[in-house]
Design a protein around this ligand. Structure first.
Ligand SMILES: O=C(O)CCC(=O)C(=O)O
Ligand SMILES: [Fe+2]
Length: 323
């Protein structure tokens, strides 16, 4: 039988009945133990907003090169803006990824304390000219997905047998990144080329919106790849390395990749929920059996992020992680 990832209806997290909430927590636990990847339905994000995000994403990548170069992320002090085709190599030693991208974060001015104190990658966005709907759509989506991240973290707390508000401080002014991606079809004469090479995400929770093309694959324990095809109305959620560290590797941050063999253009929109940068990530007590010790010392979210970026962007040849 073909393997597939679990689908979790999280609407129970909004229930006033604790039993409903606990049931969602139990489903999240099994999925995080088994794969670190699952689909989420019942999330409450309106279809109209999702459709608008996909429309604006296509319009952005349809812009002429000059318009995209005008908002190149090389110009941004906080990694916002356009990344050209082949600009990233997620799998060390592999060919550059056959994708182009665009980074968006919370829109913060220089006066915001997070910018003034030099927190990692905080500041203003770059916005493309001549796409009037782009900015309001992306900002509305950014807000909605931040709220979804807060909700999922309550589910994560329940899944770990913790008080439901255990992650409240982590979820207070969380850092997050919205990434728009365009994958042209794979080239038959370059069989080794991938849309996104195999990698793990390095932060907290990733919530992925994908169009109807498919191509995402998730590594299973036996080394095979499980397809994560689009399911209308569902997000794919996965855990980053910071959650694996936080849970003493009880939960998993799983390798995944994208190969677009459809012959069509593929668009996807991952949202990386990274959490409040001052928050300390110290082994969660319920993840230690009696007599067991923590594998990793405590670290702030910010220092974890910086360490991951150093490991990837400062590496001589390749990047291996995304946030
Ligand atoms: O496009 C996708 O389906 C996955 C993208 C991804 O894994 C990432 O950006 O980290
Ligand atoms: Fe990823």
């Amino acid at each position: 039988m073909t393997k597939s990832l679990p689908i979790i209806d999280i609407s129970g997290l909004a229930s006033s009945d604790p039993t409903d909430r606990a049931m969602v927590g139990a489903s999240i636990r099994s999925a995080c133990l088994a794969h670190g990847f699952f689909y989420v339905t019942g999330h409450g994000i309106p279809d109209g907003l999702i459709d608008a995000v996909m429309t604006e994403t296509r319009s952005l990548f349809d812009l002429p090169d000059a318009a995209k170069d005008a908002v190149d992320k090389a110009q941004s002090p906080c990694n916002r803006g356009y990344e050209q085709l082949g600009g990233q190599t997620l799998q060390p030693g592999a060919l550059p990824d056959r994708k182009e991208g665009y980074y968006i974060g919370e829109e913060l001015t220089a006066r915001d304390p997070r910018v003034a104190t030099g927190k990692f990658n905080q500041g203003p966005n770059q916005w493309p000219a001549d796409l009037p709907g782009f900015r309001p759509t992306m900002m509305a989506y950014f807000g909605a997905l931040t709220t979804l991240g807060d909700t999922l973290m309550r589910g994560m707390a329940l899944s770990l047998d913790l008080p439901e508000d255990y992650f409240a401080d982590f979820c207070d002014q969380p850092a997050a990144t919205l990434r728009l991606l365009h994958y042209p079809p794979a080239q038959p004469d370059v069989p080794d080329e991938m849309g996104a090479g195999a990698h793990t995400d390095f932060g907290g929770l990733t919530m992925l919106l994908q169009d109807n093309v498919g191509g995402l694959q998730v590594r299973d324990d036996d080394g095979s790849w499980i397809d994560a095809p689009p399911i209308p109305g569902a997000f794919v959620v996965n855990l980053g390395d910071m959650i694996a560290r936080w849970t003493n590797d009880t939960y998993r941050s799983t390798l995944h990749r994208v190969i677009n063999r459809s012959g069509r253009e593929r668009y996807s929109v991952p949202f990386f929920y990274t959490g409040q940068q001052d928050h300390e990530v110290a082994c969660i007590p319920t993840c230690l059996a009696a007599g067991e010790t923590a594998k990793y010392p405590p670290i702030t979210v910010e220092n974890h992020l910086r360490a991951m970026y150093d490991r990837t962007y400062k590496a001589a040849s390749a990047e291996t992680k995304t946030a």
